[in-house]
Design a binder for this molecule. Structure first.
Ligand code: ADP
Ligand code: MG
Length: 218
């Protein structure tokens, strides 16, 4: 579940972004649409507790974010949010397997081989476990990053422009995979995108919500 009311963010020396209110039920899908510079990545950073709102309220998976103390926010994020960043941020020095192990470690979890095996298998990339990120195709790297994102059973999956550099077939596969993965975990899915192919893919889905952001004239 995600709810916002009067949400706003102002960058120091930058634009003030005002976001329309949303209310997305747990397990729902939200498309965050709008041109480059309209605030999609900023909204995702607010939802992940990476930025604090300048004004307004945001509740994510039952947690009012303004009530989270600085210390608590990292632990909350680790157990609540699965993030698929635009640049995937896989560690180039580590194998696919160890990238997932690192994610467990960074979240303060003991290494749990079973979870790693299961996550890689669910995304169809078990056979890539021993490879380094440089030895993966774009689509494969995204599957690995998604496996990492859902490793800790997040309640919310945030994906930033997941189809931006993909051809039509891979873009469709990526949207399908995000939807299937979110369903499997009962997670709320937010996709930030200005890709019409993603909107088309989700167009006829019941319960889909769409938030249209506009670029502010400066
Ligand atoms: P989108 O993801 O839709 O392209 P962003 O959320 O990245 O949009 O950016 C929204 C606006 O905030 C843009 O005008 C951008 O230039 C500005 N912005 C983003 N990050 C910063 C920052 N760190 N400092 C100042 N302005 C920023
Ligand atoms: Mg962006």
């Amino acid at each position: 579940m995600i709810q916002t009311e009067g949400l706003m963010y102002r960058y120091a020396g930058g634009p003030e972004l005002q976001f329309p209110d949303v209310s997305v039920p747990q397990g729902g899908v939200l498309l965050l649409r709008g041109p480059s510079g309209s605030g999609k990545s900023t909204w995702l950073a607010l939802a992940a507790g990476l930025l604090g709102a300048s004004a307004g309220a945001m509740v994510v998976a039952g947690q009012p974010l303004s009530a989270l103390k600085n210390m608590a926010v990292d632990a909350w994020r680790a157990k609540t949010i699965g993030f698929l960043p635009q640049r995937l941020h896989l560690s180039t020095a580590l194998t696919v397997h160890d990238n997932l192990g690192l994610a467990q470690w960074a979240a303060g979890q003991p290494l749990h081989e079973g979870d790693i095996t299961r996550a890689l298998s669910a995304l169809g990339v078990s056979e890539l476990a021993g490879r380094k990120p440089a030895q993966l195709s774009g689509g494969q790297a995204q599957r690995v990053a998604l496996a990492r994102a859902v490793l800790l059973q997040p309640k919310v999956i945030l994906a930033d422009e997941p189809t931006a550099s993909l051809d039509d077939e891979a873009a469709r596969a990526s949207a399908e995979l995000l939807q299937a993965t979110a369903r499997q975990h009962g997670a709320t899915l937010v996709i930030a995108t200005h890709d019409a192919r993603v909107s088309a893919f989700f167009a006829d889905q019941a319960g889909l919500q769409s938030l249209q952001l506009l670029r502010k004239q400066l």
